[in-house]
Each structure stands twice: as structure tokens, then as C-alpha cells.
Ligand binder design. Structure first.
Ligand code: PBG
Length: 327
């Protein structure tokens, strides 16, 4: 029998396999989430996210040094304030924790790219992502505080803002206030399709942001729905979003693929805390090869169509790319 077509021909050697790789990735497309905790001298591992730390503003240089060592060039900041209140006023305080974190980074590393997460849940005493009215989050009242928060991040020196609250109209509200204040060049990466996911569990411990009653299903999306994600993306684009994000990533590859096919803007995927913690826990139990699973999962997200990957594994992935194991 004559075999003319032999797909194995192109799989024979490492160099040949690298030649024909369909998915090429760069460390430039990685964003590392980091947690800034108000206080001093804090550099503490987060129990639910082994390998991730809380940094006080004076210690955040440690995270940036790790980035520079490994090849990561962008971070997204989350804040843990000392005090919380009903309306989350710490979110837009001039000397709020994220604002301090931005300034600390920019003082030492003025060119390092800093994105900020814009949301209220880490700052409200009830842990919801906005202003409450009875037992529900009031959409339109929340827009005002989100906009103020985004503005204060830009004023502190943030390079990009990323609203993660899922209120209707927040991209427009943020775009308006940024433009009115001379920040028309600050891009908005919207968490356009963000699901009410069980995969956020470890983050809520890490950020102290679990809702004290109820859940987030009246504002984050129902995971039965995919078409609705495209609608959310469309609306955010109309409101002025520059980058669309799908979150979580691994269980939502279909939506990353669809968003990449449909929209001509960069698509980001957020591989969330639960995805990271599952890999860490199963590797610790000896069930999987952590490095291999990390690489394979990241590439599957890029293969689905992500241009940008937000992941707790960013430093390790950047190293894997530099070594040529992936990318
Ligand atoms: C804030 C926010 C959350 C995450 C990112 N921004 C938590 C939530 O919506 O409850 C989750 C990130 C992760 O799990 O890694 N709203």
C-alpha cells in the first residue's frame, strides 16, 4: 500500500514541530493580576492562590521585579482597602489602595504598563459590585461611582482601565468622564462577557470580596447563555470599549472563538482564580504535571482566538515562551 499523505511527517523533530506551529504567542500578550493590600511591609502568600501574594504599596516593586525577570510587561491591579463602607468610597479615594499602588509602581518603573480593575466589590461593606437599593444593586447610581473610580485610577497614573462590575452603560459612563478630564487616550478593556461563575471562589478569599448576602446573578451573566455574550460585546463596543474581555476562559472557549470571529478589536480572556487553583491543587496532589497543564491550557485559550491572556501564571508562561516550550 502506498501512503501518500502522512501527517506524521511534520511531527518528527522538535524543530519541525516548531516550524509548523499554528498558534504563536508572545510574552507581550500576558497580563498578570496582582493584589495590593493597604498597609506597610506586607508580602504574604495568599492561601487560596499558592504562589500569588498580597503586596502593600511599598512592597509592590517585588511583583514588578518578578515581571522584569521573567518577561511580563503588564499587570492588572486589584485593591484590598483597610476600611469598607456601604458605597465603597475607598474605590475612588485619592489616596486609595490601588491609587497608592499605581503611584508606587510608576515612581520606580515609569514605563511599566499598569491596568486597573474597576469595581466596587472590594470596597463595599456588603461585597456587592455597586450601590445597593434595598437588596439589589442600583445600576444607574453605580455608574457614577464606577466612573469616579476609573477617573481616579487614570489620575494616579493608570495606563488602562478595566471595568468588571457588569452594570449596563458603564463603558459609556467611564469613557465620558475620562474624555471630559483629558484622558481620551486611556483605553477601556471591558469585562464584556463576565459570567456569574463558581470559578471566582479563590479570588473572593484573596480579595475579601465575597457578597455578604445573595449572589451576583442579577448583574453577572448566566452561564447557560452564549448569544447574550455577543450582545454584551456589541453594546460595549458601541459604548466605546477598546478591548473586549471574556471571563472565565477555559469553560468559555466557544465565546472567545465567536468574539474573535465577530469583532475587529482585540479579544482578551481572563483565566480566573479557580482555573489556577485547580491546576495548583491537582499538581500538589500528584495528579497532573503542573508545567505541562499550564502550557497546554494557555495555548488552548490562544488557539480559541484570544489575543491577550490575563492569568496568574503569567510569569511562568513568559518563561515557558522564552524557553521555546510554547509560542
Ligand atoms: C471584581 C472581580 C472579580 C474577579 C475579577 N474582578 C470577582 C467577582 O466578580 O466576584 C475574579 C477574578 C478571578 O477569579 O480570578 N468584580
Amino acid at each position: 500500500m502506498q501512503q501518500i499523505i502522512r501527517p506524521r511527517r511534520l511531527r518528527r523533530t522538535p524543530s519541525l514541530r516548531k516550524l509548523v506551529r499554528e498558534t504563536r504567542v508572545s510574552e507581550e500578550s500576558l497580563i498578570w493580576p496582582i493584589f495590593i493590600r493597604e498597609g506597610e511591609n506586607i508580602y504574604e502568600e495568599i492561601p487560596t492562590l499558592p504562589g500569588q501574594y498580597h503586596y502593600s504599596p511599598d512592597q509592590v516593586y517585588r511583583a514588578i521585579e518578578r515581571c522584569l525577570e521573567t518577561g511580563v510587561s503588564k499587570v492588572i491591579l486589584f485593591g484590598l482597602p483597610k476600611e469598607k463602607d456601604e458605597i465603597g468610597s475607598g474605590a475612588w479615594a485619592e489616596n486609595g489602595v490601588v491609587q497608592q499602588g499605581i503611584r508606587a509602581i510608576k515612581e520606580k518603573y515609569p514605563d511599566f504598563y499598569v491596568v486597573t480593575d474597576v469595581c466596587m466589590c472590594e470596597y463595599t461593606s456588603h461585597g456587592h459590585c455597586g450601590i445597593l437599593c434595598d437588596h439589589d444593586v442600583d445600576n444607574d447610581k453605580t455608574l457614577e461611582v464606577l466612573a469616579k473610580t476609573a477617573l481616579s485610577h487614570a489620575q494616579a497614573g493608570a495606563d488602562m482601565v478595566a471595568p468588571s462590575d457588569m452594570m449596563d452603560g458603564r463603558v459609556e459612563a467611564i469613557r465620558d468622564i475620562l474624555d471630559e478630564n483629558g484622558f481620551e487616550n486611556i483605553p477601556i478593556m471591558s469585562y464584556a462577557a463576565k459570567y456569574a461563575s463558581f470559578f471566582y471562589g479563590p479570588f473572593r478569599d484573596a480579595a475579601g470580596s465575597a457578597p455578604s448576602f445573595g449572589d451576583r446573578r442579577s448583574y453577572q451573566m448566566d452561564w447557560h447563555n452564549g448569544r447574550e455574550a455577543m450582545r454584551e460585546c456589541e453594546l460595549d463596543l458601541e459604548e466605546g470599549a477598546d478591548i473586549l474581555m471574556i471571563k472565565p476562559a477555559l469553560s468559555y472557549l466557544d465565546l472567545i472563538y465567536q468574539a474573535r470571529e465577530r469583532f475587529d478589536v482585540p479579544v482578551a480572556a481572563y483565566s480566573v482564580s479557580g482555573e489556577y487553583a485547580m491546576v495548583k491543587a491537582s499538581a500538589a496532589a500528584g495528579l497532573i504535571d503542573e508545567y505541562g497543564v499550564m502550557c497546554e491550557s494557555a495555548i488552548s485559550i490562544y488557539r480559541a482566538g484570544a489575543d491577550i491572556l490575563i492569568t496568574y501564571f503569567a510569569p511562568e508562561l513568559a518563561q515557558a515562551i522564552r524557553k521555546g516550550d510554547i509560542g
